[in-house]
Design a protein around this ligand. Structure first.
Ligand code: ADP
Length: 495
């Protein structure tokens, strides 16, 4: 048993805040690190110690393993908490941490290495009897072989980076003529983004669903699954909304797929939190990849199972067994999470950081807001545009959806545009209400355009009002709280 007494949290934003809170609740002392852009960040204010990493790029700060190790030594921390992103799936870092005698709160370096490579994790999944998307066995080293494979599986295909992430390094190919060029382009993108150029090819499924299984292993050899999350609402292959359970997964299917994944993870000697991602099409699941870390969308699983996954991460890393076994995992009610981003709907949802000039946060039963925002805080432009996760729980999917809509009404961020209005359109769209949505739904339903059109309509109305009001007395213009179809609506953004 290696009791954790002081943890260094090697991350920023909402996940750093979450990790500090959880560590505090367990009586563990906290050390955080921060860059100059993050000097006013909430995680810095909440932690016991904060170590400055300098004013440089991400590579020179949050990804600088030398500085992180030094910070650990200086402050007497005994463990690293990586969160998601940054160094969370870097096997070299996990190896270095362990070699230097610190505790890495995550899977072993060897497991991260095996799972982080999509080519090797596909092979392992196949060996374990898990159906994978048809495609190449290994990385493509010869385009003519790739042409043969694509002839066999049929077009369209997708060329993907073996070490890819964040929806990058993927190229869709519709015919043989474009394959060679796509392979070279994917290799170049992969090399530039991930430092590794290996790519593979697989069948491109049209409008599948993205459904994933959360699992957890401990050092005693127990591996338990915690059901699925559906994460099909995506833009540029990146998730925007997640829910648990999936509206299309029956308890029988959940148990079948969950047990298959748990056995797979057990066979790989998996310890700590992990997620097996699947694509679901025409009633069939296809393994996509494993994320060997905690995920952004863990909150919906926490709501429906009642377990605190970050507490489990700390416990398991200390050598304690998981707090629950498979029989105790019971999926209760329904949970939906939306990712709130500082993005401008009028400009193709490009990042729009700024200062929070006023903030009204939603609250109440069955609601959780994980954010690092506070009034007066300036969102730095250097990092991800996600500024929070709004998560609702209720007994049924329908009640949960309404609870989230009510919370969206209440939530007001002033100072920069956000994607909140988009989420309202999405939550009210027929495809979402019916649960039939898929990874292509945002485009298919024109949801981004709807938000933009509405904003323009408001702007035009305001302009007309301001022009006429100088001449006569007119009714009040549309404001934050004007009525649409009998429901109180909020603009979702404020400038
Ligand atoms: P990353 O690791 O960059 O997140 P993933 O392999 O997890 O990439 O894929 C991200 C998303 O891209 C999936 O959720 C899905 O929407 C889409 N995608 C990936 N592979 C395929 C495929 N073979 N067919 C259709 N869509 C795919």
């Amino acid at each position: 048993m290696t009791q954790i007494e002081k943890v260094l949290i090697a991350n920023r934003g909402e996940i750093a805040v979450r990790a500090v809170r959880t560590a505090n609740s367990l009586g563990i002392k906290t050390v955080v690190v921060y860059s100059r852009d993050d000097q006013d960040s909430l995680h810095v204010r909440l932690a016991d110690n904060a170590v400055y990493l300098g004013s440089g790029s991400v590579l020179e700060t949050y990804l600088n393993t030398g500085k992180l190790m030094e910070a650990c030594e200086q402050t007497g921390a005994d463990s690293f908490y990586p969160g998601y992103g940054f160094l969370s799936e870097n096997p070299d870092f996990a190896r270095l941490v362990t070699k230097e005698g610190y505790n890495f709160i995550g899977p072993s370096a060897d497991v991260i290495e095996l799972m982080g490579n999509k080519v090797s994790s596909r092979k392992e999944a196949k060996k374990a009897g898990i159906p994978i998307v048809p495609g190449s066995e290994g990385a493509i080293d010869d385009v003519s072989k790739a042409i043969d494979i694509c002839e066999r599986i049929g077009y369209p295909v997708i060329v993907k980076a073996a070490f890819g992430g964040g929806g990058m390094g993927m190229v869709i190919v519709n015919s043989k003529d474009d394959l060679e060029q796509a392979v070279h382009s994917a290799q170049e993108q992969a090399k530039a983004a991930f430092g590794r150029s290996e790519v593979f090819v697989e069948k491109y499924l049209i409008n599948p669903k993205h459904i994933e299984i959360q699992f957890f292993g401990d050092k005693q050899g127990n591996v338990v699954h915690l059901g699925e999350r559906e994460c099909s609402i995506q833009r540029r292959h990146q998730k925007l909304l997640e829910e648990a359970p999936s509206p299309v997964v029956s308890p029988v299917r959940r148990a079948y797929l969950g047990n298959l994944v748990a056995d797979f993870a057990k066979g790989a000697g998996y310890v700590n939190a992990g997620t097996a991602e699947f694509l679901f099409k025409d009633g069939q699941f296809y393994f996509n990849e494993v994320n060997a870390r905690i995920q952004v969308e863990m909150g919906v699983t926490e709501f429906v199972t009642g377990y605190d996954l970050v507490v489990e991460q700390f416990k398991v890393a200390s050598g304690e067994p998981l707090s629950f076994n498979q029989k105790q995992v019971d999926i209760r009610g329904h949970s939906i999470e939306i990712r709130i981003t500082a993005e401008d709907p009028l400009h193709d949802f490009r990042p729009s950081p700024g200062q929070v000039t006023s903030l009204i946060m939603p609250g109440g039963t069955g609601l959780r807001l994980d954010t690092h925002l506070y009034q007066g805080y300036t969102v730095p432009s250097r990092y991800d545009s996600m500024v929070g996760k709004l998560i609702a729980w209720d007994l049924t999917r329908s009640l949960c959806r309404h609870r989230l809509l009510t919370a969206l009404d209440e939530f007001k961020i002033s100072g920069f545009p956000t994607n909140m209005r988009f989420h309202r359109f999405l939550l009210e769209d027929d495809s979402f209400v019916s649960g039939t949505y898929h990874t292509g739904t945002i485009e298919e339903r024109g949801l981004l355009e709807k938000v933009k059109d509405e904003f323009y309509a408001q702007a035009v109305a305001l302009l007309a009002y301001s022009q006429q009001s100088s001449q006569s007395t007119l009714p009040k213009p549309p404001s934050d709280n004007w009525k649409v179809q009998g429901r109180r609506e909020s603009t979702g953004w404020s400038v």
